[in-house]
Structures are given as structure tokens and as C-alpha cells.
Design a protein around this ligand. Structure first.
Ligand code: GLA
Length: 354
């Protein structure tokens, strides 16, 4: 199916955005901290034309689902909520958006922690930017995408995903200070590539403890008398807090320090150790891992050629990312997957090399 078959017209524009994988800096973005994502090769593509009536019409090729949105009626659910959310935030920003027909197709896996929703938001906003000649730069696109997610998908997310989908590329790591939005494009450690494996355990971000973790971090920052946990750099500072705030703060503070270390031009081995430490902290202090992710990370970390591995994204299921020897990604991913699936899981390879 394509736009023409669905809407019986040719689209006016086509736009796309990649998914992302976060290499370090997990659950730091809503604490004004540091993150280090890269884009993945998988993309979301939208085709847009004008609607012949007063409604928006959306079609998802992967879900084989239609949505008709009448702006005067109730809000849509599912994939349409992200697209309509983008239209609404543009309207709130003062732009006039005419009724559109939008066809979306995507190779970004859904529900694996690789930001399929942010890729859809950024692709939609890029598409509307070209269709209507809107004066929006890539940072503004990311900020509007984040607003769409918060207001219309009900997740109080930070800016990591949308900034990565809007500004990262698969050949580099994007170092981002989420408070100032200062960023640096960094090379991968020499002689490496990445592997991403889905654990086969689905996660639901809104239904998970994500919003609860965020509230705990805000409480911890209040009790420490700082604007955000980003303003604390010594992990010992967390020790004065009651549990679970102490553990949550310790993760955020140590994770920010790990991302900052990357600016010191690390070797693959040093970088890998930071990934391993990040996983331990997400598992023990932030408590967003699950047994399947721990097992997959354990197998990865014990496979020759792997420098380091951790869960990636919000956790509670989803995928793991590993930094591995350049050229060995495909073979390593297959060995690890075999081992993991023999333990009764249904994982699969998402990214075999960068
Ligand atoms: C999700 C959110 C991001 C970020 C990560 C965890 O992907 O959308 O803003 O908080 O979880 O690092």
C-alpha cells in the first residue's frame, strides 16, 4: 500500500526521521542532565497531501489502520495521537494547519525503546514544515515533538528522543546537554560498532514506572535543595536522602558523570566499562531492568569482542545495546541471540553494525 492507493492522489511531500539508540545517559534528560544517543538506520517516513474535506486522514502501513480526525471532536488514540499531537502543538505555537492526508510507513521497531514515537513526531513535523514552509529549525522540531508526546501521548518524557531523531546521524554519537541544548557530534571509539538486540519483552512506557521515577527524582532534587539532580555531581550527596530517593538520585548523578567522561576521548575498553556500570546502576539503583534484560546483558558482556553492554531506553523491557569490535557485530549478535533464545526467550537482532 502507498499514499496514492490509499488517498487516490499524489502526495505533496515526503519526509523522514530515524529511530535512535541511547549509548549512555539513561533517565538523565528529565533531570536536566547529559545523554549520548546515536541514530539507527531504521527510518519512519511520512507522505502528506491536503485533505479534500474538513477532517485529517491518517493511514499507518505497518498497523494497516486508518484514523479520521475531526478537529471539533474527541482526540484520537494510538498512532494517530502522535500525528495529531504534532498538528495541535503547531497550532498552539500560532501556525494554521489545514486538514491533511498523511500516510506513514516505518521500519523503526515499535515498543523496543528505539523511539518509534519520536521518529513519527519528527517525521510529521518535518513533513508539515516542508508542506507549509514553516520557519522551524531542527531544535524547535524536537521541542515541539516532545510537547506532542507529553500533551497527547501522556508520557512526561524528556527531550532525549526527539533531539536524537531530529539531530543525530548513525555515523556519530550525539553528546547533548539537555539543560542548555549544547551539543557535540563525537566519533565512536576507534575500532568499534554497535549491536542492538531486542529482548522480546515488550514494554509500555506510559503504563510503566516512568512517570513515577520522574516524580521521585523531582522529590530528591527538592530535598537536596537544587533545581534538578543535574546540579549535583558527587554521588555521596545522595546518601542523606531516604529510600528510594537515595538510590534514584545516586543513579542519575553517577550516570551524568559517566556521560561527561566520554568527552575525554575514551578507548573502546573504557567506554565499554561505562556501559556496564550504567546497566548495573539502572538495575540496582534505578530499578528499571527486568530479568530478561539482565540475562541478555550478561550474555553480551561475557561474549568475546564485546566491550560493554546495557539496557537502552526507558527499561522495563525493550532492547539492549552493546559496543563491539568493528566488523564483528553480525557474528556476535547471532551468537548472543542463539544463547539468549536457548534460555527460552524470543529476542531478535535490531541493529547489526553502525
Ligand atoms: C524514554 C523517554 C526519554 C528518556 C528515556 C530514558 O525514552 O522518552 O525522554 O527519559 O526514556 O533515558
Amino acid at each position: 500500500m502507498d499514499f496514492q492507493q490509499i488517498f487516490k492522489a499524489v502526495p505533496d511531500i515526503k519526509a523522514g526521521a530515524p529511530g535512535r539508540v541511547n549509548l549512555l545517559g539513561e533517565h538523565t534528560d528529565y533531570n536536566d542532565g547529559f545523554v549520548l544517543p546515536t541514530a539507527i538506520p531504521q527510518q519512519t517516513t511520512v507522505y502528506i497531501g491536503y485533505s479534500p474535506d474538513n477532517c485529517h486522514h491518517f493511514y499507518s502501513a505497518e498497523l494497516e489502520e486508518w484514523a479520521e480526525v475531526n478537529p471539533t471532536e474527541s482526540l484520537p488514540q494510538g498512532f494517530a495521537s502522535y500525528i495529531y499531537g504534532c498538528i495541535r502543538v503547531l497550532e498552539q505555537a500560532g501556525y494554521t494547519i489545514p486538514p491533511i492526508n498523511l500516510f506513514v510507513t516505518s521500519s523503526v521497531p515499535i515498543g523496543s525503546g528505539l523511539s518509534s514515537s519520536a521518529a513519527l513526531e519528527v517525521a510529521t513535523l518535518r513533513g508539515l514544515r516542508s508542506l507549509l514552509n514553516l520557519d522551524l529549525d531542527d531544535v524547535k522540531v524536537a521541542q515541539l515533538g516532545q510537547q506532542a508526546e507529553i500533551q497527547y501521548a501522556g508520557v512526561s518524557c524528556g527531550i532525549l528522543d526527539q533531539m536524537a531523531c531530529s539531530l543525530a546521524d548513525p555515523e556519530h554519537m550525539l553528546f547533548l546537554d539537555t539543560r542548555t541544548l549544547e551539543r557535540r557530534i563525537l566519533p565512536f571509539p576507534g575500532g568499534t560498532e554497535i549491536v542492538v538486540i531486542d529482548s522480546g519483552v515488550a514494554r509500555s512506557l506510559a503504563g510503566s514506572g516512568y512517570n513515577q521515577r520522574r516524580a521521585e527524582c523531582e522529590a530528591a532534587a527538592r530535598q537536596l535543595g537544587v533545581k534538578a539532580l543535574r546540579d549535583v555531581s558527587a554521588p555521596q550527596m545522595a546518601e542523606s536522602l531516604p529510600e528510594p530517593l537515595c538510590k534514584r538520585a545516586r543513579h542519575v548523578i553517577s550516570e551524568n558523570n559517566r556521560v561527561l567522561k566520554v568527552l575525554e576521548d575514551l578507548s573502546a575498553g573504557e567506554f565499554g566499562k561505562l556501559m556496564n556500570a550504567s546497566h548495573a546502576s539502572l538495575r540496582d539503583d534505578y530499578e528499571v531492568s527486568v530479568p530478561a534484560l539482565d540475562q541478555l546483558v550478561d550474555i553480551l558482556q561475557n561474549t568475546p569482542g564485546v566491550f560493554g553492554a546495557r539496557l537502552t531506553g526507558a527499561g522495563f523491557g525493550g532492547a539492549c545495546v552493546a559496543l563491539v569490535r568493528a566488523g564483528a557485530g553480525k557474528a556476535i549478535a547471532e551468537i548472543v541471540l542463539n544463547h539468549y533464545n536457548n534460555a527460552g526467550y524470543k529476542g531478535h537482532i535490531l541493529v547489526g553494525c553502525h
